[in-house]
Design a protein around this ligand. Sequence first.
Ligand SMILES: [Cu+2]
Length: 111
Amino acid sequence: MALLSACKKEAEATKPAETAPTNTGSMTGMPMAGPMMHGASTGTVAAIDAAKGTVTLDHHEIAALKWPAMTMSFSAKPEQISGLKIGDKVRFEIDWDGKLGAITMIQKFGS
Ligand SMILES: [Cu+2]
């Protein structure tokens, strides 16, 4: 009687070398405060702080930013606020980065 010893040959599962792409794109690693938005509206000068370089505007709705009317301060350059006084009616444009609004244009209107 011959005993057959089964010779087990287990095929070793060969793992395919998975080379996952590590390059996830060129836009990563660039911290950004947020998309810069631009808005325009009209309002009334409520306060001016030349030392801090801010102007506070009681402004109307800013549709581009989905803002209701409110009173808030914006950063402004000296030459932008030098000709203003409290109570002036102004039209203005701002850049908004999500935290801070900066006046890019401001001018009195009416008279
Ligand atoms: Cu506002």
